[in-house]
Design a protein around this ligand. Structure first.
Ligand SMILES: Nc1ncnc2c1ncn2[C@@H]1O[C@H](COP(=O)(O)OP(=O)(O)OP(=O)(O)O)[C@@H](O)[C@H]1O
Ligand SMILES: [Mg+2]
Length: 272
């Protein structure tokens, strides 16, 4: 089940920040990683140093998922990314229609990686009950719901628990931007930990370094490697890695493996 999807009923909670940095941390743990953006905001790529003006992305090829492998871009972090890219309204709507109606859609696009147990897809979703949620569920994604350590997020916990957002699946939960100096933050964090002990994937402390890192278009591990966010995100990646075993092989060894894929036409970048 090598797909992890970061989503939330709520916007602005840190889905993209966590998806990008967990992707980097998973790669550092030895996994091959593809970070895939399902949000029209197209901001996942910014965490990997892509230029704002660079409109490359896979959604413009929404009717040719078999071509997506050739569109994966390797980033300096070692993570491959599939940016959402510049897409017209019509392309976006057709993409969403495929996600809803075409049962096999993501499997056709992600086939090469779904067959590899040492690679993982990290998906970043738009907020709310978006079509990608169900489509990712069909390829067995491990769902991770991101919440803030605040009262509004807490009010959404029943929505998640009662299956009104994720269907029958109970997602893992990350509480983000925890500030131990604030009483409300501590109260919310403790409540969630007591309420869903088996589904709490982790807590990520509020860290200015995490917010600044995106301004420099780099990961928190480069920008603030000794900060609390780097520590907490690394811990989350380690827990995910343990859940997604078998244990990954060394990156170098993986790179030397022969690939069944034909040589891609994108400047030598190689999809898993
Ligand atoms: N642990 C953290 N500490 C400090 N700032 C954070 C942390 N996590 C995220 N942020 C900041 O919070 C803001 C929102 O983060 P992000 O864009 O990742 O949220 P999102 O859930 O993806 O939003 P959207 O719903 O719009 O897609 C950003 O400015 C980001 O830098
Ligand atoms: Mg986002």
């Amino acid at each position: 089940m090598p797909v992890v999807a970061f989503s939330s009923p709520k916007g602005g909670v840190g889905k993209t920040t966590l998806a990008a940095n967990v992707a980097v941390a998973m790669h550092q743990l030895g996994w091959g990683v593809v970070a895939m953006d399902f949000d029209v905001q197209n901001s996942l790529r910014l965490h990997f140093g892509m230029a704002l003006s660079d409109g490359r992305g896979y959604v413009a090829a929404q009717d040719r998922p078999e071509d997506w492998p050739n569109m994966a871009l390797q980033t300096p972090s070692g993570v491959f990314i599939l940016p959402y890219g510049k897409a017209s309204d019509q392309e976006r709507l057709q993409f969403e229609s495929h996600l809803i109606h075409d049962e096999d859609y993501l499997r056709r696009g992600l086939g090469p990686i779904l067959d590899r147990d040492d690679w993982v897809v990290i998906a970043d979703l738009a907020p709310g009950p978006v079509p990608a949620l169900q489509a990712l569920g069909r390829v067995g994604a491990l769902q991770v719901a991101v919440l803030l350590a605040d009262a509004t997020s807490l009010s959404l916990l029943p929505v998640i628990e009662q299956g009104r957002f994720y269907g029958d699946t109970r997602p893992l939960v990350v509480v983000n931007q925890v500030d131990p100096r604030r009483r409300l933050s501590r109260t919310v964090t403790d409540f969630v930990a007591e309420r869903i002990p088996d589904h709490l994937l982790g807590q990520v402390y509020r860290d200015e370094g995490a917010a600044e890192a995106i301004g420099w278009q780099r990961s928190v591990f480069e920008h603030a490697p000794n900060g609390v966010a780097a520590r907490d995100i690394r811990a989350i990646a380690e827990r995910l890695s343990a859940r997604l075993k078998p244990a990954p092989v060394e990156s170098e060894a993986r790179e030397e493996e022969p690939s069944a894929q034909p040589e891609p036409q994108n400047g030598g970048r190689r999809w898993p």
